[in-house]
Design a protein around this ligand. Structure first.
Ligand code: MN
Length: 226
């Protein structure tokens, strides 16, 4: 009898142990990345008020909703890229796709900004020249693409094989679902600029492109330096 009790309690102990392990293993698929700078570091181009709201509220909500919906639909353990590809254009996953796309896009956006000036490396300049003719021309085309994007979305520098391209996506779409490598992005949803620029989206695009783009981050993604 005693042995039986011992055996049952051992089994129960192992079961509880396994349950505890599996619940601990449920790591969050995407986290709310810390801002590497103070909220006023991007002034005068982006105000602390905008950064606090954008990073601290909008981005955070997208991350929290994503993880909740990943749990609900049982996508735990899969990568963000895989989940986005599996849920794209599927009505059932509309909310998960959009929240996760937005969570990832914001992670890339905040990495794409640097308050201290950075410049493209020699290797990057070569790619820019090959793809756009010149750095000046790249900036012109990038500003135009972001300024003229209709409604909510994103303007991207992407890698397509050995060339760079500029593209825009609407709502929560990320170029990775179309086979491109996202190098950096600027958010052109109104919440990213309206407090500081009101309807002057092209001024926001010009200020960010000329003063805040993080070319060190671009290098690390483009040339796999991570
Ligand atoms: Mn945003």
């Amino acid at each position: 009898m005693k042995n039986k009790i011992r055996l049952i309690s051992s089994i129960l102990f192992v079961l509880f142990f396994l349950m505890a392990c599996s619940s601990e293993k449920k790591e969050k698929t995407i986290v709310h990345s810390k801002l590497n700078y103070s909220t006023n570091a991007f002034e005068p181009y982006i105000s602390a008020k905008t950064i606090k709201l954008h990073h601290g509220v909008h981005y955070k909500n997208y991350v929290e909703k994503s993880n909740m919906l990943i749990d609900k639909f049982g996508f735990n353990g899969k990568s963000v890229a895989v989940i986005l590809k599996k849920t794209k254009n599927k009505e059932k996953y509309f909310s998960l796709y959009n929240n996760l796309g937005q969570a990832l896009n914001h992670e890339i956006y905040f990495n794409s900004l640097s308050p201290k000036p950075t410049t493209p490396s020699k290797q990057m300049i070569e790619m820019i020249n090959k793809s756009f003719g010149s750095y000046e021309n790249f900036k012109k085309e990038f500003i135009f693409a972001g300024s003229s994007h209709f409604a909510s979305g994103w303007v991207w520098l992407v890698k397509n094989k050995d060339k760079l391209e500029i593209m825009t996506t609407s709502n929560a779409d990320n170029p990775l679902t179309q086979g491109f490598v996202p190098i950096f992005t600027i958010d052109v949803w109104e919440h990213s600029y309206y407090l500081d620029y009101q309807n002057k989206k092209s001024d926001y695009m010009k200020d960010i492109t000329k003063n805040l783009l993080n070319w060190d981050y671009a290098d690390s993604v483009c040339f796999d330096l991570k």
